[in-house]
Design a binder for this molecule. Sequence first.
Ligand SMILES: *Cc1c(COP(=O)(O)O)cnc(C)c1O
Length: 354
Amino acid sequence: MEIKFVENKNKGKLPEASALGFGQYFTDHMFIMDYKDGKGWENARIVPFQNLSIHPASTVLHYGVEIFEGLKAYRRKDGEVQLFRPMENIRRLNRSADRMCLPTIPEDDALEALVKFVSTEKSWVPSAEGTSLYIRPFMFGNDESLGVHAVKNATFVIIASPSGSYYKEGINPVSIMIESEDVRAVRGGTGEAKCGGNYAASNRAGKRAEQKGYSQVLWLDGVERKYIEEVGAMNVMFKIAGEIVTPKLSGSILPGITRKSCIEVLKDKGYKVSERLISVDELEEALKNGTLEEAFGCGTAAVVSPIGELCYKDEKFIINNGKIGETTQMLYDTLTGIQWGKTEDTKGWTYLVK
Ligand SMILES: *Cc1c(COP(=O)(O)O)cnc(C)c1O
């Protein structure tokens, strides 16, 4: 694939690690290409970071046809920069595209675009402990008409944002509220696609949880409101009487790459892992009889996020005395070890960006 390059002559500066936060600063360039009806993907380019100009009737603004991905570039101790399982993100992007009738991107082209872009922005990958360059590929329907139909034109963009350490003051367990009114997704809907619309629909419950002092919501299934699905932007796992249980990918849950990686690491270490339906009643029972040993969310941003408190219908439960459990800590150490190149990658999960 030919990628045109227009250099940003007015380069910015990477802020201090302590000032980074999440998603506030952007690098000097962006990757962009257009999908034109009857022509396919064209005009791949890396250009100075800038506002997009789209038609006021653009599909994305009215009918929400948008998908995205999230992955990170990590700076190793030896100064090299690497990605974590980028092909998994590319394959998921194409599965999300399929679901939304957006055009898919040939895997090799998507990888080339991603790697060339990250290579261009390499100086923006911070090096302080726990920091990374968060990469956000996204695609939206861009027909210039209000007619409702599968889109014929689309735009694919990659932007990147240097981000600070998720855990600045050590790994603090979070408090989570089990949501029993709103639902995030239903089987047959768009829950397993990484699309903006899922987030739009989840904001109300998120806001209510925040007002009650909880950081995120734990979703129940959209049909019976009985089975555990996932937490905010993370998948969820529980350790019940020594066994790891996590909701199976039923069609309404986002298939997380961190989830997949955790399962592989757990199995390697000899844990019994079950992907199955977990009812909220089973969870409540395990909370009450003390067999729920650990609970944690897992996703690219936090890697793992221990859950110290769960609230269900105004009843509060403390998990593992509000502390991170040994299995959660092991997963954190193993995955971050591979991601930042501190431990040997025996799984072939890292991708060196030259
Ligand atoms: C992105 C995302 C996750 C986590 O996926 P990772 O690939 O592990 O980052 C989980 N749930 C939702 C809803 C998401 O959007």
